[in-house]
Design a binder for this molecule. Structure first.
Ligand SMILES: [Zn+2]
Length: 284
């Protein structure tokens, strides 16, 4: 799933071509694509795009009366639609801007149909669904603020990082990368990390997000998750990139139904191999 750096860079690309364009129509291809009934997207017809941005893992397209909030979920894309076919493959919705620019097509491959568009009235963006439920931006919190959030929610740091209500913008890949970067066990308890741990996590988020943004801005389209350069994520069985500075160790994994936790025992758990009471696979 695209996370903060991918969405941010994509918003920047879209902004170049679409800010200032006039909305003529929002056409959903199925009833799950438009997640809100009020306000009607019609109220923004004839209005120019004021900005295209990001909050958490959502894209935002701002018009004067309302903002369209778009979630791509796992395999969704929002791209210029040059084919204009009647039934585009995976098509969820088409956003049209008149004749001088290609419409934007929201697609989602697969059958989940969870990607979609929320229309949120001006002034309500930060309080209404879906953004109202989000925690602060992951890359905006400082160590003291994060330590406070840690003290309010006792949970594993890996789960905390992925929980959009705690902090917003980080998903499965960055959670692995941030823990590895901070040299913190993915199973560390947030409450016990305190200010010192929070400070390491803040620095790690900055490093990982900066690297991710740099990579993503160098591309013409959003990367697939396997393309994104990673130190720990998806690197099961590979040598830890720090193996030059510590005894050779390999990246381990713990498999869950929806995601994989990757970590280096030497860097993150004092050599301890993590186990879980759910089914887990280990390297021999
Ligand atoms: Zn290591």
């Amino acid at each position: 799933m695209p996370e903060m750096p991918e969405i941010e860079a994509h918003a920047e690309r879209l902004a170049q071509d679409y800010v200032g364009r006039t909305l003529t129509k929002l056409h959903p291809f199925n009833f799950t694509a438009l997640k809100t009934a009020v306000p009607s997207p019609d109220s923004a017809y004839g209005h120019e795009v004021r900005s295209i941005g990001r909050r958490g893992k959502y894209l935002t397209i701002e018009f004067k009366p309302l903002t369209m909030v778009i979630h791509l979920m796992q395999g969704g894309r929002l791209l210029p639609d040059t084919k204009l076919s009647k039934k585009p493959r995976g098509g969820q919705a088409r956003i049209m801007f008149g004749d001088d620019v290609a419409p934007l097509l929201l697609t989602e491959q697969g059958t989940e149909r969870r990607a979609g568009i929320w229309c949120v009235s001006a002034g309500e963006l930060e309080t209404a669904d879906p953004i109202g439920k989000l925690g602060p931006e992951a890359c905006d919190v400082n160590a003291a603020e994060l330590a406070l959030l840690f003290s309010q929610k006792s949970m594993r740091i890996h789960g905390f990082l992925r929980d959009q209500r705690s902090i917003a913008g980080i998903g499965r890949r960055l959670a692995n990368e941030v823990c590895w970067q901070a040299r913190i066990s993915p199973f560390a308890t947030t409450k016990k990390l305190a200010v010192e741990g929070a400070s390491k996590v803040v620095d790690a988020i900055t490093t990982c997000v900066t690297e991710g943004l740099e990579y993503e801005r160098g591309r013409e389209d959003m990367s697939k998750s396997k393309d994104r350069p990673s130190n720990a994520h998806g690197q099961t069985g590979e040598p830890c990139p720090r193996s030059g500075s510590h005894a050779n160790d390999t990246i381990r994994s713990i498999e869950y139904s929806g995601y994989t936790v990757n970590y280096c025992p030497t860097c993150q758990t004092n050599g301890k191999i993590l186990a879980d009471n759910t089914t887990s696979k280990f390297l021999k």
